[in-house]
Structure formats: structure tokens, C-alpha cells
Design a protein around this ligand. Structure first.
Ligand code: XIL
Length: 332
């Protein structure tokens, strides 16, 4: 009981001070860090509060869905850019950078991509898509997740419609570089945050690409985790350091922390805050870690809404996790 009372008091106090303390983006800018959130552009129009909190707190956005292949090129050669355009315009108006997500992925592909194509036709498909999409946002999308989740949970390359084309990973990066020479090009994945077989496989893949001279600038770690995640236990800092030594920029790209588990709600919210704090501290401790992005920002709109994984609650009130990030950003 006393624990609950005092933690409640603390949360009230922190909530009261939230108005006066600077927003996350102001704190992040001082640390030369981008702080971002995944966005559904339709909500920018539907919910004034969504747009308002997003613009106040973040200096980076990523499209949660609208820049995926299936959303952009619904049938061959037919593009729907309107939602992605809306997001890019919102970002420009609010002085935010944009991460493009994503060009080569085994999910959310349009049905027509599962036709039987030969290598040269697949190469044409890849070229047309990358030229159209990366070309359209040239100079406005600062970072592209060129390849997403190519390594499976068994640490081997996944099977995808792209694989009829030998070296499709390499080709995707080269085509993206041609389409926008200024954009930084990323490989992005989940489950590679700490040391382990999957991370070893991603490391080997990226090292090989670098050695071949493939234009790869960075690696994204998604960090979709739960309350059991401990950066220390999986040696996340050490893992990031080995990728940094490949000369790669590092981004935390899709962080969310599922709230499920045992213990009181207050305890679980505190634990969730701790996981956010620890990952932020790992990023701040790594000179090449330049962006920290959440997969959404309010529990009202999350792909895992039931597990309340984000830093604002359904009413856009900051949760303990918000204050944890605020504190971590202010700590020397
Ligand atoms: C998710 C979106 O959040 C959902 O809305 C969609 O239904 C499925 O995809 N890794 C990624 C993201 O790289 O693109 C995924 O986004 C979440 C896991």
C-alpha cells in the first residue's frame, strides 16, 4: 500500500511538471539525436490531438504502413502516393526528418508480386519501384529501410518473391543509392538487439555487404519487446558496438514494450518505463546511435494496442515511460 501511494504521488508530481519541462524533441536535439514515431497519416486528419502531440514531441516520423510496397504499388505500375505525401508534407511543415519504410520486405506485398517472374523481370520490377518511390521523395526522406527482416528467426535468409533475382539485397541498395544519393540506406530487423545467433547472422550479412562495397549506411534495431527485456542481459551495448565498428549508423527503429505479465499495474508501468530508459541509455552511450524511434506513440493507436506498449496512454497523457525517456535524455 505505501509503495502504491508514493508511486502514485510521484506520477502525479511528474505529470504536473511535464507541462513545464521541455518536450522530448527539444531534449533530443541537445543530444544530437532524432526521436521519432511511426505514424498513420489518416490520423493526422482525423484527430487534432494526434497531430499536435506528434509535432510537439518528435523530430522524426516513419510511415507505419503507407510506404510499404503493398500500400504504394497496389497493381503493377499503379501507385498511390497520397497518404505518404501527406506524411512527408506534415514532417516538412513541422521540421521533422522522415524515415522511409520499407522497400524490400517479405510482408505486405501486393498480390501481383506473387506472380511467376524470371530474374530479369524481377530486376525490372525492383528498379521501377525503387526509382518511383525513392525518386519521388528524393531530398525529403533522409533514411530508407531498404531491406527489412531479410534474416529469419533461424538465422538464414528468408524466402521471398525477390529471391529469383540473385543478389537482390545488394541490387536494392545500389538502386536506392542511384535514386537518392543523399538518403542514408539502412538494413532493419527485429530480434538482433542483443548478442545471439540472429544478430550474428545479421552482422555477417552486413559485413559482407560492406566488404563488397554495397552502399549501406546504417542498421536499424526494431526493439519490439516485453517487460522481460534487459539490454544488459543480452549485451545490447556490446552488440551495437560491433555494428558501429563496421562504420554503420545505428537507429532504434520501432521500439515498443508490451505491458503484459504479473504484478500490479503500477509496478508494470514502472518496469515498462525502466525498459525504455535502459534502451535510451544504451543508444545515448553509443556515439553512432543517431535516432530513437517508437512504433507509434499513443496506446490509442498501436499495432499491439491491447498490450499498451507506448509512452502516451489512450488519452494522450504521458505514462511513466515518457518521463523515463525525458530523464534519460537529461542525464549526462
Ligand atoms: C506492422 C504495422 O504496425 C501494422 O499496422 C501492420 O498491420 C503490420 O505491420 N516490423 C516492421 C513493421 O518492420 O513494418 C511492422 O508494422 C511491425 C513489425
Amino acid at each position: 500500500m505505501p509503495f502504491r501511494f508514493w508511486s502514485l504521488m510521484l506520477i502525479c508530481l511528474l505529470a504536473a511538471s511535464a507541462q513545464s519541462s521541455p518536450p522530448l524533441r527539444a531534449l533530443a536535439e541537445k543530444r544530437n539525436l532524432r526521436i521519432g514515431a511511426a505514424v498513420e497519416p489518416s490520423l493526422l486528419l482525423q484527430e487534432p490531438k494526434y497531430a499536435q502531440v506528434l509535432a510537439r514531441e518528435f523530430n522524426l516520423v516513419v510511415a507505419e504502413n503507407v510506404m510499404k510496397w503493398g500500400a504504394l504499388q497496389t497493381s503493377r505500375g499503379q501507385y498511390n502516393f497520397a497518404p505518404a505525401d501527406l506524411l512527408v508534407e506534415f514532417a516538412q511543415k513541422n521540421r521533422m526528418a522522415v524515415r522511409g519504410h520499407t522497400l524490400v520486405w517479405h510482408q505486405q506485398l501486393p498480390r501481383w508480386m506473387y506472380g511467376s517472374f524470371g530474374a530479369s523481370e524481377m530486376e525490372a520490377i525492383l528498379r521501377e519501384h525503387i526509382q518511383a518511390v525513392v525518386g519521388r521523395y528524393r531530398g525529403r526522406v533522409a533514411y530508407w529501410d531498404v531491406v527489412n527482416e531479410a534474416v529469419g528467426d533461424d538465422a538464414r535468409l528468408r524466402s521471398t518473391p525477390f529471391e529469383v533475382l540473385p543478389d537482390y539485397l545488394e541490387k536494392a541498395f545500389r538502386l536506392a543509392r542511384e535514386a537518392d544519393p543523399q538518403a542514408k540506406l539502412f538494413y532493419n530487423d527485429y530480434g538482433a538487439e542483443g548478442l545471439g545467433p540472429k544478430s550474428d547472422a545479421v552482422y555477417a550479412l552486413l559485413k559482407g555487404l560492406k566488404e563488397k562495397g554495397v552502399p549501406l549506411d546504417g542498421v536499424g534495431f526494431q526493439v519490439h519487446v516485453d517487460l522481460g527485456f534487459s539490454p544488459r542481459a543480452v549485451r545490447m551495448a556490446e552488440n551495437l558496438e560491433r555494428f558501429a565498428r563496421l562504420g554503420l549508423e545505428i537507429h532504434i527503429t520501432e521500439m515498443d514494450v508490451r505491458l503484459g505479465g504479473s504484478g500490479s499495474r503500477t509496478e508494470r508501468l514502472a518496469k515498462q518505463a525502466q525498459v525504455y530508459r535502459e534502451v535510451m541509455r544504451v543508444c545515448l552511450g553509443q556515439p553512432r546511435c543517431k535516432a530513437f524511434t517508437l512504433w507509434g506513440f499513443t496506446d490509442a493507436h498501436s499495432w499491439r494496442a491491447a498490450s499498451e506498449p507506448l509512452i502516451f496512454d489512450v488519452d494522450y497523457k504521458p505514462k511513466p515511460a515518457y518521463f523515463a525517456l525525458q530523464q534519460a535524455l537529461q542525464q549526462p
